[in-house]
Write a protein that binds this ligand. Sequence first.
Ligand SMILES: [Zn+2]
Length: 250
Amino acid sequence: MKPPLLTRVADGVHFVRTGAVNWTILTEGRDVTLVDAGYPGDLPAVLWALERLGRRPEQIGAVLVTHAHVDHIGSLPRLLSRAPDARVLTSGTEARHARREFLEQATPLDVAANLWRPGFPSWTLHIMRAGALKDVRVPRAEAFPGPGPLDVPGRPVPVLTPGHTSGHTCYHLPEAGALLTGDALVTAHPTSRTDGPQLLPSLFHHDEAAARAALDLLAPLPAGLLLPGHGPHLALSPAEAVAVVRGGDG
Ligand SMILES: [Zn+2]
């Protein structure tokens, strides 16, 4: 396993990057919350990052899901078998997605149709190895207990941002001044030719127009640090990042 990049970006906020996807580990005392969990093949990297932070899977109290694509929930089925007490929380719609009551994800055919594009062949090979074609479902996924901040490390506040998927959810960490944007806003992707705040290529969105509109929900949030699902973390406010994305629309 190539170790992922593990960066402490704020007190109790640890950002983990592989070449293909990111996740975040929130810690407070002995409590651990995982936000997203990479591809199925990223399980060793998830365990490695937990170990580096002196934690074990058994200590995970909650897993927060931004959205139920295979690159964000892939390691969960095997990880959760070692974390019997962990609750898996997301929006009501995305919980159903994670349980695979429906599926909103680019198909292998969608990806194959884009193989001529720069970046796609090597990225496709990489994600196939990471288990992109595995049928991943998380029966344990459930809706947040109620509105407002979650009673887990970092007190994340869910921000429903439908578009990339119908129940996509970002997480605002008011105390850390950070925003976990999932795939509602990313800062790079192996199939993108530009760096900086951007939307993923069209084929990855369930509803691209809604994904674009959802940026309005992020822009007003007070934060100075963006932790995206893909690409490096950026010291920018959501308003600044959204302005860049909108500027890039021409
Ligand atoms: Zn993703």
